[in-house]
Design a protein around this ligand. Structure first.
Ligand code: HAM
Length: 414
């Protein structure tokens, strides 16, 4: 038997209801904030991620699914959505009309060690807002995210924010961190040893070393921000306060992708083993680093699968069911029933009948399996009189309804 690839899973049954529900809720919230849907290819040139996400990020150095195609070109199955959208914004000159507010949903692929909350095919729900360097744009993205989480019923989410400043600020901070960590780098994990000269900021949120006193006492990026960067961070905090959004400033939050400048943020839950359920920030230099114009941008992505994991932990019910409205049973009147089912479907009802068996027992069983709210039984008499017996499948009450009144009856009762 061929089995699924490690770190992937099939979506069916009650899980598929959750997936559809979460996606449609995310779409509603995004449209409410006036974001438009964008879809970019699953595969892109590898160079895009090297230049976009960054040569020093774990994602690009260790986690991408790369392949050489039959034409000898290096391609990568996307590990995240931001770089592909940036490519699309440049290639389609979407930046000529700004601001540009986009949302997306889809699978990303990262070759990580699979465990709870960590998949190799991971789904993301994300937004990207191009064309505004105003702090209100930063706040808007966090507002959209927390609105969605609230509507989903996730209450214990903590919004962590930090500012990692601009390029100059980070350069100075980087140098100081290298000096600071060099002294005892032998005591750190192999990854951190490698990070020291490439990307020392990542030592701060290393899963192995972050609890060390020395890491906790490391210099804080917030002390390195220049006056403008400080003021900008203060403004964002004020907007979040005005919106009544609770957040924690975490000066150790650095994020794993190289394109960020100034604001970075993450959404965490009390479920430690699930990890952060989303993250994002500002990335004003990404477009220009991909040969596009200078356009400021900010956005985030939720880890869809992790949100589903949290919903399961909380045993939260979603308001979407697979119950059907009407199940039509028939006694030797299959064709008549088939037409009636079709009429009801045309009127927008979720309706079904058994098309494989004549047996009444099998039909009743199927009606129960589909959790039908109403049953309509069609026999010889019903066909002749055009009056149906409609049974409320919960109360078992029955009522006679004529063919002409059936839709009105269902409209009122369903
Ligand atoms: P990221 O932090 O790499 O950011 O991923 C966003 C979210 O995807 C994470 O917070 C996490 O919930 C989820 N995620 C990441 N890896 C996995 C995995 N292996 N299994 C399950 N879930 C995972 C980005 O991807 C940026 N593109 C976000 C962004 C958009 N920044 C600006 N705009």
């Amino acid at each position: 038997m061929i089995q699924k690839i490690k770190g992937t899973y099939d979506v069916y049954g009650s899980l598929s209801l959750k997936h559809l529900y979460i996606k449609s809720l995310f779409q509603n919230v995004c449209e409410n904030f006036n974001y438009s849907y964008i879809e970019t290819p699953l595969i892109e040139r590898s160079e895009l991620f090297h230049r976009g996400v960054g040569e020093t990020s774990d994602i690009v150095t260790k986690e991408t699914y790369d392949f050489v195609d039959r034409g000898g070109r290096n391609n990568t199955i996307r590990p995240e959505g931001t770089a592909g959208i940036a490519r699309a914004v440049i290639e389609n000159k979407m930046y000529t009309t700004l601001p540009l507010k986009l949302f997306y949903m889809g699978s990303m692929f990262r070759y990580e060690r699979p465990q709870k909350g960590r998949y190799r095919e991971l789904r993301q729900l994300g937004i990207e807002l191009y064309g505004s360097s105003d702090e209100m744009a930063d706040a808007e993205t966090i507002n959209l995210a927390t609105t969605f989480l609230k509507e989903l019923g996730l209450k214990d989410v903590v919004v962590k924010i930090n500012s990692i400043g601009g390029v100059e600020t980070r350069k100075k901070y980087r140098e100081d961190l290298i000096k600071y960590f060099s002294k005892n780098i032998d005591n750190y994990c192999e990854d951190c040893k490698e990070r020291l000269n490439k990307n020392p900021l990542r030592i701060l949120d290393c899963k192995i070393d972050a609890d060390k006193e020395e890491v906790k006492n490391a210099p804080s990026i917030l002390d390195y921000l220049n006056a403008e960067e400080k003021e900008s961070f203060e403004k964002i905090k004020k907007y979040l306060d005005d919106l009544d959004i609770k957040y924690e400033v975490d000066n150790r939050l650095v994020r794993g992708l190289d394109y960020y400048t100034n604001l970075v943020y993450e959404f965490t839950t009390p479920y430690k083993d699930i990890g952060s359920i989303g993250g994002g920030g500002r990335y004003d230099n990404l477009l220009s680093s991909l040969d596009g114009p200078e356009v400021p941008a900010v956005g985030f992505a939720f880890g869809f699968d992790r949100i589903v994991d949290v919903l399961n932990e909380l045993e939260l019910e979603i308001p979407k069911t697979d119950e059907i409205d009407v199940y039509v049973l028939n006694i030797d009147q299959k064709e008549y029933a088939f037409n009636l089912v079709n009429t009801l479907r045309e009127n927008g009802y979720r309706v079904d009948m058994n098309i494989t068996s004549k047996n009444m027992k099998a039909q009743f069983k199927e009606a129960d399996r589909y959790k039908a709210k109403y049953l309509i039984i069609i026999g010889e008499e019903e066909v002749k009189e055009e009056i149906y017996t409609v049974r409320d499948n919960l109360t078992k009450e029955e009522i006679k309804v004529s063919k002409d009144d059936l839709i009105d009856y269902l409209d009122i009762n369903l």
